[in-house]
Design a protein around this ligand. Structure first.
Ligand SMILES: Cc1cc2nc3c(=O)[nH]c(=O)nc-3n(C[C@H](O)[C@H](O)[C@H](O)COP(=O)(O)OP(=O)(O)OC[C@H]3O[C@@H](n4cnc5c(N)ncnc54)[C@H](O)[C@@H]3O)c2cc1C
Length: 803
């Protein structure tokens, strides 16, 4: 072992060894993995080793596919058997709602290039003859599922990495670490102190503790998980092949073949955390005592689903711990605020996701970009709020208990709420607000004026909240609506070099003083990094408005590209709030509150100005996401209540209503406006989306210009279009496939009912060569005719917002 390495990886589980493998494979040298004990000494050793490619997020699904395909490669490279059993697997539906959901899933998986099959109870019996199917409607079968040998797989990554020069130090715990002023990390271990340029925290069950060594508190915590393994089952021993894996979604259990018996795992509804801050340092390869009473309700369902279990011996009970994050996805990437400190932890499905984490992290470290849109795994999707123990416990318990429970897009789950609220929380609640949440901040979804006890039914179709949203849309189009913009992120950029810096960071031209610009920002590789709205308040002072939940992500991006002096960025997101007021009467409303001429001549579309409102200095921008005449009014939080009271009073006789996020979505799709994390992500490029129209290719150098120019020349295969979908009581789910002649030619990014234009509208990326052809979109598994609209469904010339 040397005293200096380029990278030190802490942790020799399935994730750490995959990171080691990928870094060495992609050509980095001098990589050391340090392991406290032996390889697999954390969660990895007692994992059931099951794997599958299915995931709600299409990028993660395709990366899980990558992980599974990689196993043959590392086996061949290392010579170590990975014990792969590609048995196939089925998810059961025992309710009509689940069956409908599985149909929708099947078509969504087609977008992800995954061919799954809906199969009958009889087919399930053939593939897994020990299953009682008396109440089964059908199942979703995927042949790309199975299980691995956890020990063999980890050693295969390690062996292949060693052959490529990777070094592994066992029985050597990392005790502490610090960063020198020159950026070099000093890692103090039981054996010696090692210097490294980069550190990767892949410490699994101990990741939170290893994070504490550098002053960070990661939103990750261990939870208990049980499975049992049976003795041989004569019915299975008599077969000359393995049965498939069976997941009983309504039964909270999964079953895998195991030698001539089976393994039955449980996702119980009453889960337990274990060592919330991370395992003890001396925790060995031990099992926790089984807690059979606690999991007995789910076990009972499992023993009825697979009746042979009632007559077979149990060879072993496993109660082990593995880590969860609030949304169940891993934590990957550079930790904001720490140079060259990376995380690869929080992984609850190491055998489906280990390869994905290694690949994307290695890409990121080497090329400055994970190579895919992995926001769903990015550590920067969370802020500090997510690491609070009570929040973390509530969210992870909710995730665990609902692992197999049907989730609907219109559901708002209760865990960890309310965490952050605006000063108007109670007032809006009294006005009938039904809240959702974004990044811990409560956000009205819609209002039920006069109905305090309204309960929305979870559904894949239009819900019983439909009429409330329709009324908000109508009022906004015909009078005025106000949306509380507590869920906007606000950044102030100032300083002598602010203009120069921002001009290089964004791809559009900067606005003149008093004006606003929509500004895409790209990374070096031409990938989208943001769709920012920039208001210029002075020569050297700018405001950026972006999505609230992207604060950590954007601040990391800004800081990574920040000069050492001349520019200051302030994140004002929790200091300022406001309302987005829009609709034909909005000028009359705002004019009562300010001493400024708000006429079109003196304050035209895309103007911004500081002005006094409700006794405070506000920043008011003439812009709207609804496509109507509108104003975004930003005030210090201290004046948020006063602003609400004043707007309500002045709008009373002008038809002003409260509107929520659902109405906003309907209004924006009627205008074909895209938003981040739907139409715009790191995975898409300007040439695909209409953001290319905002790029000033000739303004001089800017970040990502070469890549953007190259893409402009070659063009993109797909483009963003608006579709009118021929459907009645449901809109197309996100990622549903768009088809031509039965072939997938695109996918849905957003769908909503356009309440004012009375059409089901969808934004989708579609192959350019078929946009004038006959298209269909799958709506909950059924094919529906879709027509490309050549212009927005509402006010195509954009006259309303300019009036
Ligand atoms: C009962 C059970 C069943 C499971 N079934 C499945 C399944 O079927 N499929 C699936 O995909 N996943 C399953 N899992 C989850 C799976 O085990 C995890 O996703 C995976 O093991 C996480 O791997 P890791 O490398 O991130 O962490 P770990 O395996 O915990 O590895 C972390 C390593 O870091 C080392 N380390 C920690 N701190 C230090 C330090 N200071 N210095 C040096 N070394 C350190 C530890 O010794 C350890 O070896 C299961 C888990 C359990 C408990």
């Amino acid at each position: 072992m040397r005293s200096h390495y380029q990278v030190v990886i802490i942790g020799g589980g399935i994730v750490g060894t995959s990171v080691l493998y990928h870094l060495t494979k992609f050509g980095w040298k001098e990589i050391l993995l340090i392991e406290r004990d032996e390889l697999t000494s954390g969660s990895t050793w007692h994992a059931a080793g099951g794997f599958h490619a299915q995931n709600d997020d299409p990028t993660i699904a395709s990366l899980q596919g990558y992980t599974i395909r990689l196993y043959k490669e590392i086996e061949a490279e290392s010579g170590q058997n990975v014990g792969m059993h590609m048995t196939g697997g089925v998810s059961l539906a025992t309710t009509p709602e689940r069956w409908e959901m599985l149909k929708a899933e099947k078509s969504r998986f087609q977008t992800m290039n995954m061919e799954t099959h809906l199969i009958s109870p009889e087919q399930i019996r053939k593939l897994a003859p020990i299953t009682d199917v008396h109440d089964v409607i059908g199942g979703l079968y995927d042949e790309f599922e199975g299980y691995m040998d956890p020990h063999g797989t980890t050693h295969a990554y390690a062996g292949a990495a060693r052959k490529r020069g990777g070094v592994i130090a066992l029985k050597n715990r990392v005790l502490e670490m610090k960063q020198n002023p020159d950026g070099q990390w000093l890692i103090v271990t039981e054996m010696e102190t090692i210097a490294a340029e980069h550190v990767v925290n892949a410490a699994g069950l101990w990741a939170r503790k290893v994070g504490n060594m550098v002053g960070i508190n990661l939103p990750v915590t261990p939870m208990q998980h049980h499975y049992l393994v049976t003795d041989d089952i004569p019915e299975l021993a008599a077969l000359d092949h393995e049965i498939i894996s069976v997941t009983d979604l309504e039964g909270f259990t999964y079953l895998q073949p195991n030698r001539k018996g089976v393994l039955l795992g449980v996702y119980e509804r009453n889960p337990r955390h274990w060592k919330v801050g991370g395992a003890e340092w001396d925790y060995g390869m031990e099992l926790l005592p089984p807690d059979i009473d606690r999991i007995s309700p789910e076990l009972e369902i499992g023993f009825n689903r697979f009746p042979v279990l009632q007559n077979v011996g149990i060879r072993k009970w496993v109660n082990g711990a593995f880590t969860f994050t609030p949304d169940g996805n891993p934590l990957v990437g550079p930790v904001p605020g720490l140079k060259n400190y990376w995380v690869a932890c929080g992984c609850m499905g190491g055998f489906s996701q280990g390869g994905a984490i290694g690949l994307t992290l290695a890409n990121w470290m080497i090329h400055g970009d994970p190579g895919y849109d992995i926001f769903a795994m990015d550590i920067a999707r969370y802020g500090k709020f997510a690491s609070d123990d009570s929040y973390l416990k509530a969210k992870t318990a909710q995730f665990y208990a609902r692992r197999f429970v049907l989730s609907y897009p219109n559901e708002e789950l209760p865990a960890g709420r309310p965490l952050k609220v605006s000063p108007n929380y109670d007032a809006l609640k009294n006005a009938g607000a039904l809240y959702g949440v974004t990044w811990g901040m409560e956000m009205p979804q819609y209002f039920t004026p006069g109905q305090t006890d309204f309960i929305e039914k979870p559904t894949l179709r239009h819900s019983n909240a439909f009429d409330f949203v329709a009324a908000e849309v109508k009022s906004t189009r015909e009078a005025a609506g106000m949306f509380e913009s507590a869920v906007y992120a606000r950044y102030e950029i100032s300083g002598v070099d602010a203009e120069k810096w921002l001009d290089h960071l964004v791809a559009s031209k900067l606005p003149k003083v008093g004006r606003i610009k929509l500004a895409p920002t790209l990374n070096q590789n031409g990938k989208l990094m943001g769709d920012l709205t920039i208001s210029r308040l002075a020569d050297d002072r700018f405001w950026i408005i972006a999505s609230y939940y992207l604060q950590e992500w954007h601040m990391r991006w800004f800081n990574e590209n920040m000069p050492s002096s001349g520019v200051t960025i302030k994140n004002l997101s929790d200091d300022w709030m406001g309302f987005a007021l829009s609709g034909p009467n909005s000028r009359k409303i705002i004019s009562q509150l300010v001493n400024v001429d708000m006429s079109n001549e003196s304050f035209p579309f895309l103007s911004c100005r500081e002005m006094e409102i409700v006794d405070t200095n506000a920043i008011i921008a003439r812009i709207s996401l609804t496509g109507e005449l509108g104003y975004e009014i930003n005030v210090p939080v201290s004046h948020q209540s006063a602003l609400y009271t004043a707007l309500t009073k002045c709008g009373k006789d002008l038809g002003l209503v409260n509107i929520g996020n659902r109405a906003l979505d309907s209004l924006r799709l009627e205008k074909s406006y895209g938003i981040w994390n739907a139409e715009f992500t790191q995975g898409y490029t300007p040439e695909m989306s209409y953001l290319k129209n905002f790029i000033a290719y000739n303004k001089g150098d800017f970040m990502g210009r070469d890549a953007a120019l190259k893409e402009k020349e070659t063009g993109a295969k797909q483009m963003l279009v608006t579709l009118r979908v021929d459907t009645t009581d449901a809109d197309a789910p996100v990622y549903a496939p768009v088809k031509h002649d039965g072939k997938v030619v695109g996918f849905v990014t957003s769908s909503v009912y356009g309440h004012y234009v009375k059409q089901s509208l969808t934004l989708a990326y579609v192959d350019k060569d078929v946009i004038n052809s006959e298209l269909t979109v799958d709506v909950i598994g059924e094919s529906r005719k879709a027509v490309v609209l050549n212009e927005p469904a509402y006010d195509p010339k954009g006259e309303r917002m300019r009036m």
